[in-house]
Design a protein around this ligand. Structure first.
Ligand code: PLP
Length: 394
């Protein structure tokens, strides 16, 4: 079957003859599906993964999206949930029991960390965090009761990557389930399942939606794994995506390749500008030649997209505040992957008075470059950096 990206995005899963040859698929906005025969109803009770019963399980609009996202991931199947956080929650919960041990990379997404630190310990599941840049660290940390290795490659803030193929090989030997948060790259730039990872997760809120108007998440893997999560954790937590939001994600997918291509290019111009500015100490992204892991990053990723971090050469957090608040077009906000450029200073989450100007992490600003012109963004950054200089000479 034709599995080119264009085919997947424009045609796969769409049966237009069933809905008047409409080019855009219908939003099947129904909670319920009716049956003519009790025997058919009984069959679906037996196996809800096989047919439409109730939209907390399967829904035809969501299924169009599932086929496309699974194919893009190179996976047998996927589930689309109502947030990236619920994709993390469902995939982890489905693969642990009391007494199990999890290995996670340092500083995963905040709500993954919350699950590991605050929810799972109540059920006797403990997590060890490691520096994921060295394969030896995984080998040394595996215990007989380790059931999950949790990865985020690249990391949303530090750009650190893990050797996905090597970790997958190690985990398979020990019967450990590997989960990788792939939000940074999307399946267009990295396919963890094809590298041997068991479950690939994404926050579809970011690039897939692409317009800052939907919160959603994806998890993909083998049919067996997806069915297991569907029948237990997903139906029980009930955190499936709505048909309306699934439709918005299908619409987002139509333009995903060109949006990614655009932000890839614009972000590179912005980074080149930043790298030459005296108020910027360092620009951090996986393909940077200063990154000791850049060859590994280039081996497993096709691009880096619009997200990166930079370290401001400042003396105080007030100067970081001056920079961020002086931006006229670039917004101060969480999230990313939409049409609009954003900044997020790490000092916003520091306890008051704890800023240390010798700590690079405290001076870090995460930036997302959206779909604007590069000159428009560079002019905005330039005038905001000038405000730091102006404040110093006052
Ligand atoms: C945003 C994000 C998530 C969580 O996704 P939501 O859709 O906001 O729940 C998980 N991982 C990463 C890397 C993210 O950036």
């Amino acid at each position: 079957m034709d599995q080119s990206i264009s085919y997947i995005i424009n045609e796969l899963g769409e049966e237009r003859s069933m809905y008047y040859n409409a080019v855009a698929p219908p939003i099947i906005q129904t909670s319920n599906f009716a049956f003519n025969k009790i025997s058919d109803l009984s069959a679906v009770f037996e196996d809800e993964y096989s047919a439409y019963l109730y939209s907390r399980g399967l829904n035809p609009t969501v299924d169009i999206l599932r086929k496309k996202l699974a194919a893009l991931d190179g996976a047998e199947d996927c589930l689309v949930l109502n947030s990236g956080a619920s994709a993390i929650y469902n995939s982890v919960m489905a693969n642990v029991k009391t007494g199990d041990h999890i290995i996670s990379v340092n500083n995963p997404y905040s709500w993954a960390k919350h699950l590991f630190n605050h929810i799972l310990p109540r059920f006797g599941v403990n997590t060890t965090y490691i520096d994921g840049t060295r394969i030896e660290n995984f080998e040394e940390t595996i215990q007989p009761n380790t059931t999950i290795i949790y990865l985020e490659s690249p990391n949303g803030w530090s750009g650190e990557v893990q050797d996905l193929a090597a970790i997958a090989t190690l985990a398979k030997k020990k019967g450990i389930v590997t989960i990788c948060d792939n939000s940074f790259s999307t399946p267009l730039y990295q396919q963890p399942v094809k590298l041997g990872i068991d479950i690939s997760i994404q926050s579809a809120t970011k690039y897939i939606g692409g317009h800052s108007d939907v919160v959603a998440g994806v998890l993909s893997g083998t049919k067996e794994m997806i069915k297991k999560i569907f029948e237990s954790e997903m139906l029980c937590t009930g955190n499936v995506i709505s048909p309306q939001n699934a439709w918005l994600l299908i619409r987002g997918l139509r333009t995903l390749p060109m949006r990614l291509e655009r932000v890839e290019k614009t972000a590179q111009s912005v980074r080149t500008y930043l790298e030459s500015h005296s108020l910027i100490e360092k620009v951090i992204y996986p393909f940077s030649i200063e990154n000791p892991q850049h060859l590994l990053a280039k081996k497993q990723m096709k691009g880096v997209g619009g997200l990166f971090s930079f370290v401001l050469n400042v003396n105080s957090d007030e100067e970081i505040v001056i920079f961020c608040e002086s931006l006229r077009h670039i917004l101060i906000a969480v999230s990313w992957g939409g049409h609009e450029s954003l900044v997020m200073p790490s000092c916003a989450s520091l306890p008051k008075g704890s800023f240390d100007k010798n700590n690079l992490q405290h001076k870090m600003v995460r930036m997302y470059v959206g779909l604007e012109e590069d000159s428009y963004l560079i002019a905005d950054i330039s005038q905001a950096l000038d405000k730091i200089t102006a404040a110093r000479t006052k």
